[in-house]
Design a protein around this ligand. Structure first.
Ligand code: UGA
Length: 436
C-alpha cells in the first residue's frame, strides 16, 4: 500500500521505516529540512536499536522516501499523523499546534476514500474536532494510538501487543478499520488483538495506559519512601508483591522515577483535560503521582550530598547516565540529567557520562562537564552516582575496576540496578533507593 507519515520524530521516523520494512511504499514528511535530509540519506537522526537497519534497507529498496513537500502525500491510501504534542510552555495542557498544522496542510491533498490515521497522543475530544476538517474532503479520520517504547520502538511498531483504532460510526468507519487491518497485516495475521472503538475511547486508551504505568512507578517509589523510614527493602517488597499475577513485577522498579517525552507530559495533559471536562477530582491522584516522582530526584541528590558530608562544593562526582532510560539517547525530562543539574547547582564538580546521550545532553545543559569515556568520568571521583541503568554500568562495571579509578568509595545506585553485596564486599559504601 502507499502510505504517508506526517512528522518524522521518534514516532514518525520509526513508523515510516517500519511500514516500509513490512512491504509498504512510504513517504515520510516533516517540516525540518535537516532531519529530512538525514533520513533521505538513510541516516537515523537518533539512537534507536534496529532503526538504522530498516532505514538503510527501506531507502535502498526505493520503498521509503522523505520530503518536506506535503503534496507528496497525495495518492497515499493512508496518511499517518505522528507529530509531537508537547506540554504547553505556560501550563499542563498538551500543545496541539503541530497536530492542527499537519491536518491543515494535509487537507488540500486528500481524496475521497483516503484514511487519515492519527497516532499522536492527544487530549480526548481532539479527533472529533479534527474530523470536522477532514470529513468534507471525503477522507475518513481514525485514531490509532501508538504504544511503542523507546529502545524497543521497531519491535513494538511491527509486532505490537495490541492495535487500537477509533473510528466514526457507520460504514465509512468500518471500511477504514479494514484498511488499517491491511496496513498492519503481519500483526493481524498472527492474531494480535485489534480493537475497533470510537474516537474518545481510542484517545483515552492511550492516556490511561500511560497514566497507569506512571502510577505504578510512583506507587513503588512511594513504598521506597516508606521503606527508607522503616529500614525495609523496596526491591524485595516489589519482588514479593510482583509474584501476585494481579500486580505483576513489571514497572515496579523503584529509583529516580519516570521521565522522557511521554509519561510526564501525558499525565499532566490528562489532568488538564479532566479539569476542562469538570472531572478534575477523577484524576487528582495524578498530581500526587507527579509529585512523588519528582521527590525521588531530590532524594538521589540528597544521598550524594550526604555521602560528601554535606559539603558538595568543588567535590568531584561521577554521574553515570544522562538518558531518561537505557537503550535511548533521549534526554527529554530525563531524571538522570535533572539530578546531575541539581548537583551542579549545589557546586559539585559533576562529570556526566552516557553511552549514547551525551550529544543531546550537551545541547540542553551545555554548562555541565561530559565525558564519553566511563573511566574518565570515574577518575578521581569522590562519589559515584548511577542514574541510568545501562548494561555498561549494571553488568559490566565491577566494583574493583571502579575502585581503581575513583578516589571515594561511595556508590549511590539511584536505579537499584547493582548488587549491593558485591559492592560492599569490595569495600564500597552502597546506597540504594528504598533499600537499607
Ligand atoms: C512510554 C510507554 O511505556 C509506552 O507504552 C508509550 O507508547 C510511550 O511512553 C509513549 O507514550 O510514547 P517510554 O517513554 O519509551 O514509553 O518509556 P518507558 O519504558 O515507559 O519508561 C518511562 C520512564 O519510567 C523511564 O524514565 C524509566 O526509567 C522509568 N521507569 C520504568 C521506572 O522508573 N521504573 C520502572 O519500573 C519502569
Amino acid at each position: 500500500m502507499r502510505l504517508s507519515v506526517i512528522g518524522c520524530g521518534y514516532l514518525g521516523a520509526v513508523h515510516a521505516a517500519a511500514m516500509a520494512s513490512i512491504g509498504h511504499e512510504v513517504v515520510g514528511i516533516d517540516v525540518d529540512a535537516e532531519k529530512v535530509g538525514a533520513l533521505s540519506r538513510g541516516e537515523a537522526p537518533f539512537f534507536e536499536p534496529g532503526l538504522q537497519d530498516i532505514l538503510t534497507e527501506g531507502v535502498a529498496s526505493g520503498r521509503l522516501s522523505f520530503t518536506t513537500d506535503m503534496s507528496e502525500a497525495a495518492g497515499a491510501a493512508v496518511h499517518f499523523i505522528g507529530v509531537g504534542t508537547p506540554q504547553q510552555a505556560d501550563g499542563y495542557a498538551a500543545d496541539l499546534t503541530y497536530v492542527r498544522a499537519a491536518v491543515a496542510a494535509l487537507v488540500p491533498h486528500l481524496r475521497p476514500g483516503d484514511v487519515v490515521a492519527g497516532k499522536s497522543t492527544v487530549p480526548v475530544g481532539t479527533a472529533a474536532e479534527l474530523s470536522e476538517q477532514i470529513t468534507p474532503t471525503g477522507a475518513v479520520l481514525v485514531w490509532n494510538p501508538e504504544f511503542l517504547r523507546e529502545g524497543w520502538a521497531v519491535k513494538d511498531t511491527v509486532d505490537p501487543d495490541r492495535l487500537v483504532v477509533g473510528v466514526p460510526a457507520g460504514g465509512a468507519g468500518e471500511a477504514a478499520a479494514q484498511t488499517l487491518r491491511e496496513v498492519f497485516h503481519p500483526a493481524v495475521a498472527k492474531g494480535t488483538p485489534f480493537i475497533v472503538t470510537d474516537y474518545a475511547t481510542a484517545e483515552l486508551v492511550k492516556v490511561s495506559a500511560n497514566a497507569f504505568l506512571a502510577t505504578k512507578i510512583s506507587f513503588i517509589n512511594a513504598m521506597a519512601e516508606i521503606a527508607e523510614a522503616t529500614g525495609a527493602d523496596v526491591t524485595q517488597l516489589a519482588d514479593a508483591i510482583g509474584h501476585d499475577e494481579r500486580i505483576g513485577r513489571k514497572f515496579l522498579g523503584a529509583g529516580i522515577g519516570f521521565g522522557g517525552g511521554c509519561l510526564p507530559k501525558d499525565i499532566r495533559a490528562f489532568s488538564a483535560r479532566a479539569e476542562e471536562l469538570g472531572r478534575r477530582e477523577s484524576v487528582n491522584f495524578l498530581r500526587e503521582v507527579d509529585a512523588i516522582n519528582l521527590r525521588r530526584r531530590d532524594r538521589a541528590a540528597q544521598l550524594v550530598v550526604d555521602a560528601l558530608d554535606d559539603r558538595p562544593h568543588g567535590r568531584r562526582v561521577a554521574v553515570l547516565g544522562a538518558a531518561f532510560k537505557p537503550h535511548s539517547d533521549d534526554v527529554r525530562d530525563s531524571p538522570a540529567l535533572d539530578v546531575a543539574v541539581r548537583l551542579h547547582g549545589l557546586g559539585a564538580d559533576v562529570v556526566v557520562t552516557d553511552p549514547q546521550a551525551i550529544g543531546n545532553a550537551r545541547k540542553v545543559h551545555p554548562h555541565l562537564t561530559y565525558s564519553a569515556d566511563l573511566d574518565d568520568a570515574l577518575r578521581d571521583a569522590e562519589a559515584v552516582l548511577i542514574v541510568t541503568e545501562w548494561d555498561e554500568y549494571r553488568r559490566h562495571l565491577t566494583p574493583e575496576h571502579a575502585a581503581s579509578l575513583a578516589r571515594g568509595r561511595t556508590v549511590i545506585d539511584a536505579r537499584n540496578c547493582l548488587d549491593p553485596a558485591r559492592w560492599r564486599a569490595a569495600g564500597w559504601s552502597y546506597r540504594g533507593m528504598g533499600r537499607p
